[in-house]
Design a protein around this ligand. Structure first.
Ligand code: ADP
Ligand code: MG
Length: 576
């Protein structure tokens, strides 16, 4: 082992920086929180190249005078606490006095700030090798912080950043989350000088949630001497798709991650809404700062309390009471609905029966032998496999030529087959043929997603997806011919979101994008899990799977088949 050595200051600082500043959105978080702590009522965030090139946060808060400006970028320099006990009575977001020092360590930083009392403002320029520079500016009340070239001096960290679309989304989500808790503050967000959103000052949280997420929410409250809980939630039926699901937890207006709180929400909703459905929930807990410790996580994303019940019961009670009240009111309505559902399903059942038994005088046995005959033909041709049935409406059970038992995942099997077909079709021409939709499909997305999709227009066109971007929606005009059936809105939305959320590796490399699009399209064309299939359909899926180049893995590299060989099975049962 080499000898122990003390690390130099710069290395120590860079290592420490990694815990607080992980990516552009962490810079935005620290700067916006500082603006809020400074009492700003308007905060503007501007980014270039998803914050990798530039992040600017402009506020109209109290500002800093010349002396504070020099101090603020020093380590452990804070105006928010004086002694350790203070952190247990704190209502400000910051207190460790490390954010600006850290950001200064890993970027080129510039701060312009002025207070009410001073006649001029000052600009502090921090360009690492040069001495710090302080220049007078025209008077301005508030603070502007410009962060250029994040991680320019730590290439390894730069490499860990994901694509621009991913980092941009992270920033947008962060501002949205903070803005809900701070509805009295106006937030504007620009990317490449384009206004992405502008949340004006609101009278209450409900209105802010509506502006930010476009949900209408119910409100319920629970109070006891220790805690005050306010919960805002949507009707689960309003959650249009998975990507709209939002559950955000705030303690003393600070967004945090906490398992007990999520658990309280799911417990309260349990059996009150259909399984698998989730409402959007925003929880605000107000606790005496004395009972919590926010200093347990470098980014203050977690909070510790003595007793986790402090997190559980207020939320659970607030929701449970309100939901039960709501359920009672809906009971009569539901009763009539259930009755009509019963009569509907009855007719459906009958019609299914009609389909399955084509002629009444054919007995079950005859049908079986008919099937057997069909099968015999295949056997005579060349025995490759025999479909035995379906398990859990998700796996096809197959006996193969080696007498092994195969469990084939129906979805991934089709996905593999479709993917190879799409790839072949694309590789021939370097594009996918498109079919024009008679009625264009309108898909709603968030402003930041539309911004990203706008930039990817030409890429998607290559894959047969032509669209234009309007203010709040994407107008899809074509789909690739290979896709066959036109997916529904939800599936299309999932498809687009899936692509832009996963544009992560190595800065939008084209090969990655191509594969992701082809895989996602293949996925959309393939039969889902939990779908009953006929013997005929199962035969086709298995047959197609064995025609592919790599039948044993899905395009993501996961297995398509679980194989149990004969010896294994016989041994397990004790016959060998
Ligand atoms: P902390 O927020 O933990 O105190 P920071 O490094 O984030 O530490 O900021 C250091 C100090 O700089 C703050 O305590 C505050 O006095 C001052 N400061 C930072 N940003 C602003 C701002 N936007 N407006 C006014 N003062 C600020
Ligand atoms: Mg701070």
């Amino acid at each position: 082992m080499p000898k122990i050595q003390l690390l130099d200051e710069s290395t120590i600082n860079k290592i420490a920086a990694g815990e607080v500043i992980e990516r552009p959105s962490s810079v935005v978080k620290e700067l916006v929180e500082n603006s809020l702590d400074a009492g700003a009522t308007e905060i503007i965030v501007k980014i270039k190249q998803a914050g990798k090139k530039q992040i600017s946060v402009i506020d109209n808060g109290l500002g800093m005078d010349k002396d504070d400006l020099i101090l603020c970028i020093k380590k452990h320099a804070t105006s928010k606490i004086r002694k350790i006990e203070d952190i247990y009575s704190i209502f400000s977001y910051g207190f460790r006095g490390e954010a600006l020092a850290t950001i200064a360590e890993v970027s080129k930083l510039e701060i312009i700030s002025g207070t009410r009392d001073s006649d001029v403002s000052y600009k502090l320029t921090l360009d690492a090798p040069k001495p710090n520079n302080l220049t007078p500016q025209t008077k301005y009340l508030g603070t502007t912080i410009n962060v250029y070239n994040l991680f320019y001096n730590i290439p390894a960290r730069q490499k860990f950043l994901k694509s621009d679309s991913y980092e941009l989304k992270k920033i947008a989500e962060l501002i949205k989350t903070i803005s809900v808790a701070n509805y009295k503050v106006r937030f504007k967000f620009y990317s490449e000088d384009k206004l992405i959103f502008d949340f004006k000052v609101c009278e209450d949280i409900k209105k802010r949630i509506k502006d930010v997420f476009n949900f209408d929410v119910f409100e319920s409250e629970y109070k006891d001497p220790v805690v005050n809980a306010k919960v805002y939630f949507t009707n689960y039926a309003d959650v249009k798709d998975l990507y709209q699901e939002k559950q955000i937890f705030y303690v003393n207006n600070r967004a945090i991650i906490n398992k007990t709180m999520s658990f309280a929400v799911s417990k309260a909703f349990e059996s009150k809404i259909p399984k698998g459905k989730k409402p959007n929930v925003f929880v605000f807990l107000d606790l005496n700062p004395k009972v919590i410790d926010v200093n347990v996580h470098p980014q203050k994303l977690e909070i510790r309390v003595k007793d986790n019940n402090t997190f559980f019961y207020p939320i659970y009670n607030a929701l449970k009471n309100k939901l039960e009240e709501g359920l009672k009111q809906n009971l009569e309505l539901q009763k009539t609905k259930i009755i009509s559902l019963i009569s509907e399903s009855k007719t459906e059942y009958n019609s299914k029966l009609d389909l399955e038994i084509p002629q009444k005088n054919i007995s079950q046995k005859d049908i079986k032998s008919e099937n057997q005959k069909l099968f015999d033909v295949v056997v005579e041709e060349k025995f490759r496999f025999k479909v035995l049935g379906q398990y859990n409406k998700t796996f096809i059970l197959v006996e193969d030529e080696n007498e092994s038992l195969l469990l084939i995942d129906q979805h991934v099997a089709e996905e593999r087959y479709n993917y190879e077909n799409f790839l072949e079709s694309y590789s021939g021409k370097n594009y996918l043929e498109k079919q024009i939709l008679i009625v264009p499909i309108l898909l709603e997305f968030s402003a930041e997603d539309l911004h990203v999709l706008d930039g990817l227009k030409d890429k998607f066109l290559e894959f047969g997806l032509e669209y234009t971007i309007l203010k709040n929606e994407l107008v899809l005009r074509t789909t690739p011919i290979v896709l066959g059936r036109i997916p529904d809105k939800l599936e299309l939305k999932e498809f687009f979101i899936d692509i832009i959320n996963n544009l992560d590796v190595n800065k939008n490399k084209f090969e990655d994008l191509k594969n992701k699009i082809l895989i996602s399209l293949a996925c959309k064309k393939s039969v889902k899990a939990d779908t009953s299939l006929s013997i005929f359909e199962m035969n086709k899926i298995v047959d197609n799977l064995f025609k592919t180049k790599s039948p044993y893995t899905c395009p993501h590299g996961r297995p398509t088949i679980i194989e149990l060989n004969k010896t294994e099975i016989y041994r397990k049962i004790g016959r060998l």
